[in-house]
Ligand binder design. Structure first.
Ligand code: ATP
Length: 335
């Protein structure tokens, strides 16, 4: 049995996570669920956005499924997401984006963005002085080696052929330069079976929109990966379509790439696709690949049968989408 820590969070988080849990329960006999609080609900109940008990459950479980949290404008707020990434040493953020539905005027996309998840602009080291604010951006050799090494292994394990390093080393010569030179070294020593190339982040953003087939797997720094994965999700149909995994050597947390979308929370129209695909990624990561693949196939069948969710102008809200996915789920060997 695998134990999954379920963290619904705020906004549409509980809606899309509930849908993903239903689909996981139907897809696999190998799972046990432990529920834990994060975000505003956690603050109201325990006085903390990420209580110690929650972090303990995340550590003890085999993996976690997280919804989303709403950022709070308050002096005592620190992001629970950045905290759990740091505490659990989740150094790789993996965001696969694939078109599940043909959208007029947008080319098909199938790309995996592997984003460095521990440093860059996300160390939140900002210093005020009399003229403004200086933000420190950290790029280390160790973190660059870890993420590039991860991306090489990921590409190989998933039958991908090309790895593109995305950076801005023409301007940030030292920091992004270090990232690129690490990429070159590792590709020359351990990634020779893959095709390697390099791209500036601005032209990568353009090409993701105009010619996404130019990319297979992208490895990049923290902020660039955050932005580019939303661009890629937009090409595929919107934020409701992009799952993501925060992965370390011991722990992992899977989540939809979107946030808590307070504008649509409680309306029953959130698209649970990204959350279900994140749950499928988690099962694959835990060695339950067949169950994860059946979940993905059930989601793909929804779209290939011509159905559309509300975010794409269709008539299916969260509940009716989930019912279709459950109906599409092929029985597993143990059913
Ligand atoms: P947060 O502050 O938590 O990041 P946000 O609304 O600023 O929330 P997102 O949650 O990432 O940012 O979403 C941006 C917009 O995309 C939302 O306002 C919503 O309209 C749409 N959106 C995001 N996720 C979904 C989803 N699963 N289904 C449908 N629409 C979505």
């Amino acid at each position: 049995m695998k134990r999954i820590c379920v963290l619904p969070g705020d906004g549409i988080g509980p809606e899309v996570v509930a849908s993903a849990v239903k689909v996981m329960e139907a897809a696999s006999d190998e799972l046990e669920f432990v529920h834990a609080d994060i975000g505003r609900a956690a603050y109201e109940r325990h006085g903390s956005y990420l209580p110690g008990e929650t972090l303990k459950s995340m550590r003890e479980c085999d993996s976690s499924l997280f919804g989303a949290v709403t950022t709070v404008e308050s002096a005592d707020y620190s992001s629970p997401v950045l905290t759990f990434r740091k505490e659990l040493d989740l150094y790789a953020n993996v965001r696969p984006v694939r078109s599940l539905v043909q959208i007029s005027g947008r080319p098909p996309i199938d790309v995996v963005i592997v984003r460095e998840n521990t440093e860059g602009m996300y160390t939140q080291n900002e210093v005020f002085d009399d003229v403004g604010v200086t933000t420190m951006r950290k790029v280390t050799r160790k973190a660059s080696e870890r993420i590039v090494g991860f991306a090489i292994r990921y590409a190989r394990a998933h039958g991908r052929r090309r790895l593109t390093c995305v950076h801005k080393s023409n301007v940030l010569k030292a920091s992004d330069g270090l990232f690129v030179s690490t990429f070159r070294e590792l590709m020359a020593s351990g990634g020779r079976d893959l095709e390697g190339d390099e791209q500036l982040v601005d032209s990568c953003a353009l090409k993701l929109v105009t010619e996404p087939s130019a990319f297979d797997v992208i490895v990049t720094l923290n902020l660039y990966g955050d932005i580019l994965s939303d661009v890629a999700a937009g090409v595929a149909g919107g934020l409701g379509f992009a799952p993501s995994g925060n992965i370390g050597d011991r722990h992992s947390v899977f989540e939809p790439a979107h946030g808590s979308a307070p504008d649509i929370a409680g309306k029953g129209i959130a698209n649970p696709t990204a959350a279900i695909l994140a749950a499928a990624m988690m099962l694959k990561h835990l060695g339950l690949g067949a169950d994860g693949s059946r979940m993905e196939a059930a989601v793909m069948q929804f779209y290939s049968s011509g159905h559309l969710t509300a975010d794409l102008g269709g008539r299916h809200g969260s509940e009716s989408f989930t019912e279709h996915v459950l109906k599409n789920l092929k029985p597993g060997p143990k059913h």
